[in-house]
Design a protein around this ligand. Structure first.
Ligand code: ZN
Length: 385
């Protein structure tokens, strides 16, 4: 008998081995953790539905993140019941009091006809492509799969939408919808970097779709070559998890806001003016403010000029649009702190970055029931409800 086998025989005598059925019973009756310690590539064949996964190689390093109560029972499972003995011994040494090894491991679990799930996994091309995401603990394989299942709608592929669309595509967001009825003009190219000289005169949605496909053919692009109005807003928006508002006029921003509030969709909103830009998020919580909480009334035209009227530094929407993409990814992955109830303002001329608080306004439309919110004709979108 080798040293390894001898050690395993000793552990079998000194540690408690339980059957898969006993393990499942402990999960149900004693709130035990069933811990699958096989490597990630061993899970292709499935894992018990009730199991948590933590590979043997990571066990000592990360088990405290998964199980902080050292009196909670743990049933350790591997492929055949050997590695789990050594893992159980390690857990005992770490101070976990009630540790058991599942006899016969996953092989025995399957033969016992107990419930399993087949975890979704990235294929090898996606693993290679998103390798830098997989190294980030807040993203990882589960986060990447989540991004790949996500549907984001960009309203406008202009100064803000161009960088946002490219980075969301590069990040692997599965479906990008694009709403824009304009065609590419020469004066757009100073900032709208998703379009090129060879696309002048093309519909922006088509030009953007071609650029996205060139960057990441795994991304599905849905084009909506329309001006957003009361006849199409709800039908288009309802099919997405999240909206990025990169529109350049107040009527459309109110319309997007009202449609998102009515549909309960998160809205990552941004705007730019010369050297300044801001980004904020609406929706996602009962106390979240909306666009109308900030601007209940349409500002007079001289107070709110568009880029076409006031001009903008070409780089500025690049920065703000990328901040929108960062916010969108964080919201999709539910990580970090978001910009709900906050406005991030960037002043490029004076190197000033500030975070302002936004309160929900009493009586605002966002406090109303969805059925009470009426999507008005676009030209009526000025102020009030
Ligand atoms: Zn509001």
């Amino acid at each position: 008998m080798s040293g390894y086998e001898g050690r395993a025989a000793y552990l079998r005598e000194t540690l408690k081995e339980i059957s898969p059925i006993q393990a499942l019973q402990m999960v149900m009756d004693e709130d035990a953790i069933l811990l699958d310690v096989r490597d990630a590539d061993e899970l292709k064949d499935g894992t018990p539905t009730a199991a948590k996964h933590l590979a043997r190689g990571q066990l000592e390093l990360k088990v405290h993140q998964l199980i902080d109560d050292k009196t909670r029972p743990i049933a350790v499972m591997c492929a055949g019941g050997l590695r789990s003995l050594f893992a159980a011994e390690s857990l005992k040494n770490l101070g976990y009091e009630k540790v058991y090894s599942v006899r016969g491991g996953y092989k025995n679990w399957k033969e016992s006809a107990l419930e399993i799930k087949i975890p979704q996994q990235l294929n090898s091309a996606a693993k290679e492509r998103y390798a830098r995401h997989l190294l980030v603990p807040e993203v990882g394989e589960a986060g990447q799969l989540r991004l790949m299942k996500s549907r984001v709608l960009l309203i406008g592929v202009g100064g803000l939408g161009s960088p946002a669309a490219l980075y969301l595509a590069a990040a692997g967001v599965g479906t990008l919808g694009i709403v824009d009825a304009d065609v590419v003009e020469s004066s757009n190219l100073q900032r709208q970097i998703i379009h090129g000289e060879d696309q002048l005169g093309e519909l922006k949605v088509n030009s953007a779709a071609a650029s996205i496909k060139r960057l990441n053919s795994m991304v599905k692009v849905e084009v909506h070559p329309h001006f957003l109005d009361e006849t199409n807003a709800l039908d288009i928006l309802k099919n997405y998890d999240l909206v990025l508002d990169g529109s350049d006029n107040f009527k459309t921003r109110y319309l997007i806001n009202d449609a998102c509030v009515k549909l309960g969709i998160r809205n990552v909103h941004a705007a730019v003016y010369r050297f300044e830009g801001y980004v904020t998020s609406f929706g996602g919580a009962a106390d979240a403010p909306c666009y109308r909480c900030i601007y209940p009334e349409l500002p007079p035209p001289e107070m709110a000029p568009s880029c076409a009227e006031a001009g903008v530094l070409g780089v500025l929407p690049g920065i703000i649009g990328v901040l929108q993409a960062v916010e969108a990814i964080k919201l999709l992955l539910n990580i970090g702190s978001n910009l709900v109830g906050k406005m991030l303002r960037f002043d490029a001329l004076n190197n000033d970055v500030s975070l302002l608080e936004i309160d929900k306004a009493p009586g605002c439309l966002c406090g109303h029931h969805a059925d009470e919110i009426v999507i008005k004709p676009i030209d009526a979108y000025m102020c009030g409800i």
